[in-house]
Design a protein around this ligand. Structure first.
Ligand SMILES: *Cc1c(COP(=O)(O)O)cnc(C)c1O
Length: 399
């Protein structure tokens, strides 16, 4: 019954480290059992079990475990036939994976603006950017808070453009009653060390479409029909399409299975930390000193990220420095893709400005959030409030 503690001696220079995976004896036992079973490869009995369990939880036709969310996004671009001359619309305010998946197919990422409140893709801006060349739209559910999927689908569906949900951060969160990652043509999840449910590295490709499921199975198995062969549908297996090796080992699937058993415990603990931050900072929000995350009525979040925004990039630097000096490992999020060195190269000149994205990315502070903080939530949130209050206090009030 010992609480899970990170094994090994990973120690942070920070009193409150940004992230710590919540793994314990159960994960250790699951991994050892997988090793002893003799099946170390992927698409083995444990992986299949986890896939079925996730498919049921998400209410989808098929889940394919992958080596990462990045790879699941690459699979999505392959099965949707994205190629040279095509465009894929995605936010600039996101991680690089979806943009890479597009670029690797020889297609062009088109960066769209986010909404000021949720920092999620703005359907109105997607509509302005959609063309005959648009092959897919990739919304991100930032921090596990659902995008306005109805508004987005009102733009994409009439044009027959598939939506690929980058649900890397979104396991356990919903849009209305529907699990995120189950709403688009494809959903992509991450089980990276920093996400809510982890296998170190890992991901999942999710689809409700049987044809895409079959195509994805081929892509994941090096472009072969090995899956059909194993089901006895063909009498030998061979190369039938372009593909790669995106199958995750059963050893990591075992780790993931143990983590799924901990889902509720993880969710409860993350929520406690998230709410402690919100409560501690709400007065500063009322004073207009900070802006806290917006969770719309349509979204039931999974408390993946707690962030707040301050008035200016200069102030953000001061707040980050002050928090870090206090031992709290706060960070920024993200460096917008459209103004990154490679984003500029793709634009072939000065990129079109995305003011909401630039302002959000320049003023956002992300606080440490992991299950192990739950026992210290009040104390840490109180410290954050004091440090932030001092840092944002008017200049003339300081000596
Ligand atoms: C973490 C993350 C990814 C990448 O996930 P990996 O499993 O590390 O490849 C992609 N997109 C978003 C929005 C993420 O947060």
């Amino acid at each position: 019954m010992s609480p899970p503690e990170p094994s090994g001696e990973r120690r942070s220079e920070f009193d409150v480290p940004f992230n710590r995976p919540w793994v314990g004896d159960d994960e250790e036992e699951a991994v050892v059992a997988a090793l002893r079973s003799g099946v170390l490869r992927g698409d083995g009995p444990v992986g299949r079990r986890v896939e079925e369990r996730l498919a049921e939880a998400l209410g989808v036709e098929r889940v394919l475990l992958t080596t990462s969310c990045t790879h699941a996004l690459e699979m999505a671009m392959l099965v949707l036939g994205v190629g040279p001359g095509d465009e894929v619309i995605l936010p600039s305010f996101t991680f690089v994976s979806a943009a890479n998946a597009v670029v690797l197919r020889g297609a062009r990422p088109v960066f769209a603006e986010i909404r000021e409140d949720t920092l999620n893709l703005d359907p109105g801006d997607v509509e302005r950017r959609i063309t005959e060349r648009t092959k897919a739209v990739v919304p991100v559910h930032y921090g596990g808070v659902a995008c306005r999927m109805d508004a987005l689908q009102a733009v994409t569906a009439p044009r027959g453009v598939p939506v690929v949900e980058d649900a890397a951060q979104a396991l356990g969160a919903t849009y209305g009653d529907r699990p995120l990652g189950s709403l688009g043509a494809v959903g992509c999840f991450s089980f990276h060390d920093t996400k809510n449910v982890v296998s170190g590295e890992g991901g999942a490709f999710v689809t409700g479409d049987p044809e895409l499921a079959r195509a994805a199975e081929v892509v994941r198995e090096k472009g072969t029909n090995r899956g059909a062969f194993l089901r006895g549908e063909v009498d030998r297996y061979t190369w039938i399409a372009p593909g790669s090796s995106y199958v995750v080992s059963d050893v990591l699937a075992a780790l993931l299975e143990a983590q799924l058993d901990r889902r509720e415990e993880i969710a409860r603990r993350r929520r406690a930390v998230w709410e402690a931050y919100r409560d501690a900072l709400s007065e500063l929000e009322e004073e207009g000193a900070v802006r806290l995350p917006t969770v719309p009525d349509h979204a039931r979040p999974n408390h993946h990220i707690f962030h707040f925004r301050v008035g200016s990039p200069e102030l953000r630097s001061e707040v980050l420095d002050a928090l870090r000096a206090d031992g709290i490992e706060a960070t920024f999020h993200y460096v917008p893709l459209h103004t990154s060195p490679f984003g500029r190269e793709l634009a072939g000149g000065e990129p079109e400005p995305l003011p909401v994205t630039t302002r959000a990315a320049g003023t956002l502070v992300r606080l440490p959030l992991h299950p192990g903080l739950a026992g210290r939530a009040e104390e840490v949130a109180g410290r954050v409030r004091d440090v932030v209050a001092r840092a944002v206090a008017p200049r003339e009030g300081r000596s």
